[in-house]
Write a protein that binds this ligand. Structure first.
Ligand code: ATP
Ligand code: MG
Length: 365
């Protein structure tokens, strides 16, 4: 009997350690998966990003609510998608909803759906985004902007795991993992009483702070060259990288619009550069100096600048020059607003739709 017990204990210990090994392996594989996706890759090899990647892997391995916090353009949605992809819900849908984009009543029906005739214009039954995300993940983006009356309803969903469509009385079970993201300090919103404390604690069980670009400058050269590669490829240009001065300027800049702004800035520089050239600092001037970076005056870029009084060539057909100038002007506005289309459209005095069309035309992806 003793011998059997001992051998059982032995086997038990073995299977425990085998389990432990498997658990570790899954962890490692998850981390790999996070870093390796070529399409929606999270670029960054420094310690700050390494920490984020580790948090993503842990978040993916569990099902607790995650709150992704970071300034605009830091990659919060990218992080949310990475969690989804590395989790056991990867085969299910990923649905993102911008909570700031809806009024209270619209947001409720957007999230929970509605019955036909629930309100004027509700011509059919709509399932809502929670049901659309069934078996997968929903990202509540800009969750801090969620209208106050909507907040207890969300809390109930998180607690009961069921939704009640607008105009319905019967709640329905939903199986959805909730991630949320915010670019403002939710704790402060709680203090200001624009965000419910109980909901805050429910959502922020596992916070993932995403660092600003200026807090991980070590990643700027890599990010810049990856964006350069991608842009050069899609525009069919051969660009010989950046010169040292340009890299220096990029690395020292403060990037209020973070990675999104860097990405737009590189797109603009590639649009300006001619085939076979390197990107010099002159190509980056507009956005960098617009935000007050002090540098030695660089050589003017060979293309047209907004003030053409001292234009020194090379001369080109007016139509081409006009298109180039417009592309550059639009890109400068976008870089200036950190990629915020609505704001840039306002600066340029055109509609958002018109600006979107221009961007699409300029940067086929
Ligand atoms: N680490 C990164 N590696 C590669 N690309 C990144 C990284 N971080 C952000 N980006 C890119 O920057 C842009 C902005 O990212 P994303 O939309 O995830 O930011 P966000 O934090 O959700 O911004 P917002 O607060 O304005 O919604 C995207 O084009 C994204 O692909
Ligand atoms: Mg976002």
């Amino acid at each position: 009997m003793i011998a059997t017990s001992l051998s059982n204990a032995d086997r038990f210990a073995q299977s425990q350690s085998a389990q432990e090994v498997l658990r570790r392996q899954v962890g490692v594989l998850r981390r790999d998966l996070v870093g390796r996706d070529l399409d929606r890759e999270i670029i960054g090899t420094g310690p700050a990003m390494d920490k984020v990647l580790r948090l993503i892997a842990s978040a993916a391995a569990s099902s607790i609510p995650v709150l992704i916090e970071g300034e605009t353009g830091t990659g919060k949605e990218l992080v949310a998608r990475a969690i989804h992809r590395a989790s056991d819900r990867a085969a299910g849908p990923f649905v993102a909803v911008n909570c700031a984009a809806f009024t209270e009543t619209l947001l409720e029906s957007e999230l929970f759906g509605h019955r036909r005739g629930a309100f004027t214009g509700a011509a059919t039954d709509e399932p809502g985004l929670f049901r659309a995300a069934s078996g997968g993940v929903i990202l509540l983006d800009e969750v801090g902007e969620m209208p106050l009356p909507m907040q207890p309803k969300l809390l109930r969903v998180l607690e009961e795991r069921e939704i009640t469509p607008v105009g319905d009385t019967r709640p329905q079970k939903v199986d959805v993992r909730v991630l949320s993201a915010t670019n403002r300090e939710l704790g402060a919103a709680v203090k200001a009483k624009t965000f419910r404390e109980d909901l805050y604690y429910r959502l922020a069980v596992f916070p993932i702070p995403v660092p600003t670009l200026r807090d991980r400058r070590e990643d700027i050269p890599l990010l810049a060259s990856r964006f350069l590669e991608a842009n050069a490829k899609s525009s069919g240009k051969r660009i010989g990288g950046f010169d040292a001065d340009a890299i220096d300027a990029l690395t020292r800049f403060d990037w209020p619009g973070n990675v999104r702004q860097l990405r737009n800035e590189i797109a603009r520089a590639v649009a300006l550069a001619t085939d076979g050239q390197k990107i010099g600092r002159a190509y980056l001037l507009a956005a960098l100096s617009a935000s007050g970076e002090t540098m030695a005056t660089p050589d003017p870029p060979p293309a047209l600048s907004p003030s053409t009084g001292d234009f020194a060539g090379p001369w080109q057909p007016l139509a081409k020059a006009k298109t180039d100038f417009e592309a550059r002007y639009v890109a400068t506005a976008l870089a200036h607003t950190g990629g915020k289309v609505a704001e840039a459209a306002r600066l340029l005095g055109i509609s958002r739709v018109a600006l979107h069309k221009r961007i699409k035309k300029q940067a086929p992806r």
